[in-house]
Design a protein around this ligand. Structure first.
Ligand code: IPM
Ligand code: MG
Length: 364
């Protein structure tokens, strides 16, 4: 197939891990006879440096005319001034919104080799295999924000908004995923306190009852979910939740996978009808400025994000599995970066791990 993929390497370790993702894509193209046209565009701090804004129009245009987008990470101390008007994160939030990518899939599994790398007790990790579906374009991230000067001091306001339509579509997206798995959906909210959560809970209950009666639905408060995720992680299958709860819970859940450097993500929009489905794929780890430029970042989350890109945007399931097999075979060979290397063993560089994965991408 022919496909156009735009890469947004971004800041920090973003360019290092994206280079390995691109190498995996090129190997897939070669092994399976596809033609992938790669473009690259600016997002985040590097875009601020070059153009003054975090999300230039050229970047939006490059993404909207592509079949999929591969993103590294944005942000870093250079742009961290809290009173700055332009911030790298505006680029990330802006591109999610501009592309209508409301469903963020964050699969969490643990490879047996990585059990020692997790801070959790090994017996708790057996059978961990879940997908967190995070609502990505609503909630407190996107509501009005302001500062007001009051006589008693400055006041800051963040508004959290959810509409019925926004909740319905994310619930449907997660229920469809649950239907292809164990038919168990946990919806996470804070309905004992927040009005948006009470709407979330009633809409979820209705949609599930009317359209997905075959799927078991459980509501869970977010604080309890944070606890159960580390107390009995193997009980979860699909979790659906609003934007900020999903952000927080997936950093927690990353520890179930051994390292943040292992977790890929897919951000998907509405249109799944054509031959391709627009999506943005990124590792969840962020720009990690402390290790940027050192060649020690784990490229596996990005390479697993390439697998998700092949699966969800290009509908190339065999190719997606070939990349996943290559990542797992590399883990089994013990070729890993320092974040997951067992104590006392040699840590490999980003480039060495990337090359080891690429060399293992073959037809089944
Ligand atoms: C994530 C990140 C972003 C988010 C930041 C960088 C804005 O933490 O993708 O999880 O909060 O969505
Ligand atoms: Mg986050």
């Amino acid at each position: 197939m022919n496909a156009t993929i735009t890469t947004l390497p971004g800041d920090g370790i973003g360019p290092e891990v994206v280079a390995q993702g691109v190498a995996a894509l090129q190997k897939v193209a070669q092994v399976y006879g596809h033609s992938f046209t790669l473009k690259t565009a600016l997002l985040g701090g590097c875009a601020i440096d070059a153009t003054g804004i975090a999300l230039p129009q050229d970047t939006i245009d490059a993404c909207t005319t592509s079949d999929a987008v591969l993103l590294g990470a944005v942000g870093g101390p250079k742009w961290d001034n809290p009173s700055a008007k332009v911030r790298p994160e505006q680029g990330l939030l802006g591109i999610r919104k501009a592309l209508g990518l409301y469903a963020n899939l964050r699969p969490v599994t643990i490879h047996p080799k990585l059990i020692p790398a997790s801070p959790l007790r090994p017996d708790l990790l057996v059978g961990v295999d879940m997908v967190v579906v995070r609502e990505l374009t609503g909630g407190i991230y996107f509501g009005d924000k302001k500062r007001e000067a009051h006589a008693s001091g400055e006041v800051a306001i963040d508004t959290c908004i959810y509409t019925t339509g926004e909740i319905e579509r994310i619930v449907r997206a997660s229920a469809l995923i649950a239907r292809g798995r164990k038919k168990k959906l946990v919806s996470v909210d804070k309905a004992n306190v927040l009005e948006t959560s009470r709407l979330w809970r009633s809409v979820t209950t209705r949609v599930m009852k009317e359209e997905f009666a075959d799927i078991a639905l459980e509501h869970m408060l977010v604080d309890a979910c944070a606890m159960h995720l580390i107390r009995r992680p193997a009980d979860f299958d699909v979790i659906v939740t609003e934007n900020m709860f999903g952000d927080i819970l997936t950093d927690e859940a990353s520890q179930l996978a051994g390292s943040m450097g292992m977790l890929p993500s897919a951000s998907l929009g509405a249109d799944g009808t054509g031959p391709t489905r627009m999506g943005l794929y990124e590792p969840i780890h962020g720009s990690a400025p402390d290790i940027a430029g050192k060649g020690v970042a784990n490229p596996m989350a990005t390479m697993l994000s390439i697998a998700l890109l092949l699966r969800h945007s290009l509908h190339l399931e065999h190719e997606a599995q070939a990349v996943e097999r290559a990542v797992y075979a590399t883990l089994e060979a013990g070729i890993v970066t320092g974040d997951v290397a067992p104590k006392g063993s040699t840590a490999h560089s980003t480039g060495e791990v990337g090359a080891a994965v690429v060399s293992r991408i073959t037809r089944a």
